[in-house]
Design a protein around this ligand. Structure first.
Ligand SMILES: O=C(O)CCC(=O)C(=O)O
Length: 274
């Protein structure tokens, strides 16, 4: 897709300023500005299933830094955590992570993730929000939902995509995300198809994957968190993107701090829509 290719070329420019400052601790950043295209198989996964699993994106050193920063912020913010966007009982949520650590820069600007988002949306897009979510013991269950309103026809353009960054292993009993493969193409909302969208549904899959994996989700695909029965850690970042022209979940221009703006490349600022 021409749109996607040109976007991938542009996104290689985003990572370079990050690479020069973080080359030692963030070896994940492509310092040569190399493109990170998707294979035909990966595009096929996204088109058919509505999600793409990218294993081993987060190297162990970076994962540890991200996890440490998430814990630090949760401790610092306490009951206020998540307030810029939303709080959810039974979970710890953080919002506005763009402004809360340079360690997150490589998340929302990650070239292969952006290539997958470009494939889903097929037109220019911006970051809508960068959040963290962790289900705590006994909490985290959500009804199946899309991150956008119900589709009225199966040829409507997609508006949103979400990259789930796994900072801990996802097991069957620690609040893994569940989803219905292919549901991004369905017309209507989960409630139009299921008597109880909060209950188990035929064909649902649990995303079971090791820490370090990124799952790019066509966010029209019906999904939801599950309960963390075991209480094992399940920190996850949500890098959420939307097509240009839609309101951002967090108005990045309003929230952007000067010190964040100053370290970003022009292309990264463009990705924030500022
Ligand atoms: O964290 C997850 O597993 C999914 C969260 C989600 O879908 C949401 O908060 O809307």
């Amino acid at each position: 897709m021409a749109n996607e290719q040109s976007y991938v070329l542009e996104t290689s420019m985003i990572s370079n300023p990050v690479a020069t400052t973080h080359a030692n601790v963030q070896g994940h950043v492509q310092s040569d500005g190399a493109q990170a295209p998707l294979s035909d198989e990966q595009r096929g996964d996204l088109d058919r299933d509505g999600y793409l699993v990218l294993p081993g994106v987060i190297d162990p050193g970076w994962r540890a830094q991200l996890a440490e920063r998430v814990d630090q912020l949760a401790a610092l913010e306490g009951a206020a955590a998540g307030g810029e966007f939303t709080r959810e009982s039974g979970t710890v949520r953080l919002s506005d992570l763009v402004n809360k650590g340079e360690v997150f820069d490589g998340v929302w600007t990650h070239p292969q993730t952006l290539a997958a988002v470009a494939h889903v949306l097929g037109r220019p897009f911006v970051l809508s929000s960068l959040n963290a979510r962790e289900a705590t013991v006994g909490g985290g269950h959500q009804a199946l939902h899309a991150d956008w309103g119900p589709r009225a026809s199966d040829d409507e353009p997609y508006q949103v995509a979400n990259a789930l960054w796994l900072l801990d292993d996802l097991h069957a009993d620690n609040g893994a995300t569940r989803l219905i493969p292919g549901s991004h193409r369905r017309v209507g909302a989960p409630a139009d198809h299921y008597a109880d969208p909060a209950g188990p549904q035929p064909g649902e899959v649990l995303l079971l994957a090791p820490a370090g994996t990124v799952v790019v989700l066509n966010a029209h695909c019906w999904h939801g968190g599950t309960v963390n029965r075991a209480g094992a850690r399940r920190r996850m970042l949500h890098a959420y993107y939307t097509a240009c022209g839609n309101a951002q979940q967090l108005d990045q221009g309003e929230f952007l701090r000067h010190r964040t703006w100053a370290r970003l490349s022009p292309t990264a600022r463009e990705l924030l829509g500022v």
